[in-house]
Design a protein around this ligand. Structure first.
Ligand code: C2E
Ligand code: CA
Ligand code: CA
Length: 490
């Protein structure tokens, strides 16, 4: 009996101990869990704090405490970044300074002067739509990187900023006008290649200093000519889409003749642009502008189509004519299937490929030889005549002729006889003509202005010519009349 009671007692003790142990274990687990959660929360908070401290430090490092815009270091970094990312955008750097700021500080107190700076920055951010970066370099020196937009717009916006800043104290019942001086530097092509923001700021600042020394407020350009040029390029590129839709862009034709017979054997299509606002824009101005903006292909497609349209019209009248069109090296890069594009065009207008002569400028062969060789070979395979334009303007022409067979070389007399020793030019001309004959390549001379030149070329065996001596480029109506006259003579 005693033994039984003892066993019972042991069993009871054991069963109590087991549940207790499980309960204790759960508490331990919960406790551990809470500690881990707490630790995680602390670590995350610490990390966040650390990150916010870094961000704060970075902000302090690159931003101005007073106005919140970039400080010198931040501004330079940001401008570098912008120019690197957008090398195609025309920018200008503006350096702004408040005249007699020290006097304002002394007379109105530091707080009021600080309020003025904040007001100025806020107004600039609010009004100026072309601002890409703004920085307070030090004290009252504010620098802005701006996109070059319209001149009128810039002037209007500057007024909207400068006027309330000028009257900052007047509007607060004080008899004190604020004067701002602004120096502007328009970025040059080399600034995009070798980005030196300190230098850009210095140049803008030197324009500002000039004004400052003359005790004038307002703004001054470091390079006014560059600004005008920049503005004109902006206008040209900006108006181009509309010009494509209107009748502003025209094709003019410059006849090419056979010197011995005097007959017109073809013509070169040259683009002319007459804009109601900008006036007559020469190709030497708009072609490079459109090339730089990456939209020359749009112009060329338009011109090629107009030429095909004219050729189709003449075909219908039973006049099979041949026209040379210009192809920019960028067109070849833009449309890697340019030969196929020309095939489609010829088919669409019901022409034969021999009616289109494709002029590719010589320098293009030097730049991307493989692509050029491919394109040229295909074009010739499809039946187009390929001409190497501006022969004599580059360096590798002779060598390239071996690599890329073309149908015709277009010798530009302005390159070969324009300046320097006339006799030397003539000797080169003679040998080029001889070489073309040996290679069985056609040859045409362009830029022929004097009878003497024409006679000399003729003697050497170059009979195809183009130049002011014979005809200047002319509108299509005039070209048609001329052709009719020639047709009636023969
Ligand atoms: P380019 O292809 O060498 O065209 C010949 C240029 O020489 C034309 O200038 C023509 O008017 C000019 N010219 C012709 N004969 C004489 C002459 O006897 N003396 C002088 N001093 N000049 C003569 P333009 O029309 O001003 O065109 C300039 C350049 O612009 C062209 O040179 C061509 O590279 C480019 N261009 C013109 N139209 C187009 C086009 O539709 N597309 C492309 N991509 N380029 C074009
Ligand atoms: Ca040409
Ligand atoms: Ca040429």
């Amino acid at each position: 009996m005693k033994t039984m009671a003892c066993i019972n007692c042991i069993l009871r003790t054991e069963s109590f101990g087991a549940t207790d142990f499980i309960r204790n274990d759960r508490i331990l687990h919960i406790g551990l869990f809470i500690i881990i959660v707490l630790l995680v929360v602390i670590i995350v908070r610490q990390h966040k704090y650390h990150l916010s401290q870094i961000a704060k430090f970075r902000k302090m490092q690159y931003h101005d405490n007073l106005t919140g815009v970039y400080n010198y270091k931040g501004f330079v970094n940001r401008v570098e970044e912008l120019i690197r990312e957008h090398p195609d955008i025309p920018y200008m750097m503006s350096f702004n300074n408040i005249m007699d700021f020290k006097y304002i500080n002394d007379s109105q107190g530091r707080n009021a002067a600080n309020e003025l700076l904040k007001f100025w920055v806020d107004k600039s951010l609010e009004v100026m739509s072309d601002v890409e970066a703004i920085g307070r370099l030090e004290g009252d020196h504010l620098a802005l990187l701006l996109r070059i937009g319209g001149f009128d717009k810039m002037q209007k916006e500057e007024q909207q900023v400068f006027e309330p800043v000028r009257d900052f104290f007047v509007n607060r019942g004080k008899d004190l006008k604020v004067r701002i001086v602004s120096g502007i530097y328009v970025l040059m092509p080399e600034d995009y290649e070798n980005i030196d923001v300190d230098r850009m700021i210095d140049l803008a600042r030197s324009a500002e200093r000039k004004l400052h020394e003359n005790k004038k407020d307002g703004y001054e350009f470091y390079n006014p000519k560059q600004w005008e040029k920049g503005m004109r390029v902006v206008h040209i590129v900006g108006r181009f889409p509309l010009a494509l839709k209107s009748k502003e862009l025209r094709v003019w034709y410059q006849p090419q003749i056979a010197y011995d017979s005097g007959k017109i054997i073809g013509a070169e299509a040259l683009c002319r642009w007459n804009n109601p606002d900008l006036g007559f824009i020469p190709p030497s101005e708009f072609i490079p502008a459109l090339e730089d903006a990456g939209i020359i292909y749009d112009l060329d497609c338009y011109i090629w189509k107009m030429v095909c349209h004219d050729l189709a019209g003449w075909n219908k009248e039973g006049k099979h004519r041949c026209i040379s069109v210009n192809v920019s090296r960028l067109d070849i890069q833009k449309n890697r299937e340019l030969p196929e594009y020309f095939c489609d065009l010829v088919q669409e207008y019901d022409l034969t490929p021999d009616q289109l002569h494709i002029e590719i400028t010589e320098t293009a062969y030097v730049e991307d030889a493989e692509l050029l060789i491919n394109t040229t070979s295909k074009l010739r395979e499809y039946g187009f005549q390929v001409e190497m334009d501006d022969f004599g303007s580059g360096y590798s022409s002779l060598n390239m002729l071996k690599e890329v067979p073309v149908d015709r070389i277009k010798l530009d007399l302005r390159f070969l006889t324009g300046s320097g020793n006339r006799r030397m030019g003539q000797t080169i001309l003679k040998h080029v003509i001889m070489m073309a004959r040996d290679l069985n390549t056609g040859i045409i001379a362009e830029g022929v202005e004097e009878k003497e030149q024409a006679d000399f070329l003729h003697e050497l065996g170059c009979h195809a010519m183009q130049g002011y001596l014979f005809h200047k480029p002319m509108p299509v109506e005039e070209f048609e009349k001329l052709m009719e006259k020639m047709d009636s003579i023969s």
